[in-house]
Design a binder for this molecule. Sequence first.
Ligand code: FES
Ligand code: FES
Length: 182
Amino acid sequence: MEIDITLNGDDVTFEVARSDTLLDVLRDNGYTGAKRGCDTGNCGFCTVIVDDEPVKSCIRPVSQLGGTEVETIENLGTQDDLGPVQSAFVDNAALQCGFCIPGMIMRSKALLEENPHPDEAEIRDALSENLCRCTGYEKIIDAVQDASTRMSGEADVAADGGRVPTNDTCRGCDCLEGGSDK
Ligand code: FES
Ligand code: FES
């Protein structure tokens, strides 16, 4: 069967078996950021975001996901240009072997988009579905708090950068006059 989803902002169609999980399809198609740990819904290593909710992709049948928006860690940044949650994890030394980290980062991103300023208890609660065998979790909590600050800073810049321009700052188009539909 074919399944149509929006994956990291792109409309894609995958040929899938009815028994495939979302993790099967992602990894078979090169999206290997989501890791296969327990494969039974217990570790959270496979976490991605589906329609703004963190989802353990190893137990989510892909046949149920037609028309959904799926986001994987490949959408957050590159090695040379990490996203704010990724860079917060790196700068806080919140990873050791790294195997759990894509799932941790995706669940953290989902949390911060829903609750931009979570307290420690809210972070611990949100991440309770994701296991880590290396770090002891403290640095991960620090990283999520740091990411919260970084994402708030970006929002402030966006808010400032989005102020209504004046005729002195806007050149070359007639957008202030409502004449442009570009
Ligand atoms: S691999 Fe999906 S929860 Fe462990
Ligand atoms: S960093 Fe190794 S399992 Fe989390």
